[in-house]
Design a protein around this ligand. Structure first.
Ligand SMILES: [Zn+2]
Length: 71
């Protein structure tokens, strides 16, 4: 009887841990989808910059004003 009980508890904890391990993984992927960070390569130096921080000049994206003036 006690052995059976331990077996049941073991199965329950295994299932419980499987669910706990799955949850954080789902949360991280959801967070990644919430924040789409579009990275764009600087046309001058090749550094990847967030699209909101780029400088658009002559239809090309640059990481800084300095790179934009260089071309
Ligand atoms: Zn640059």
């Amino acid at each position: 009887m006690i052995l059976k009980l331990l077996l049941i508890i073991g199965v329950i904890t295994t299932v419980y841990f499987l669910f706990i391990k799955k949850k954080p993984l789902q949360n991280t992927t959801e967070k990644r989808n919430d924040k789409p960070n579009d990275m764009i390569e600087c046309s001058s130096c090749g550094v990847y910059v967030e699209i909101s921080e780029t400088i658009l000049s002559n239809g090309k994206y640059y990481c800084s004003q300095e790179c934009a003036s260089k071309g």
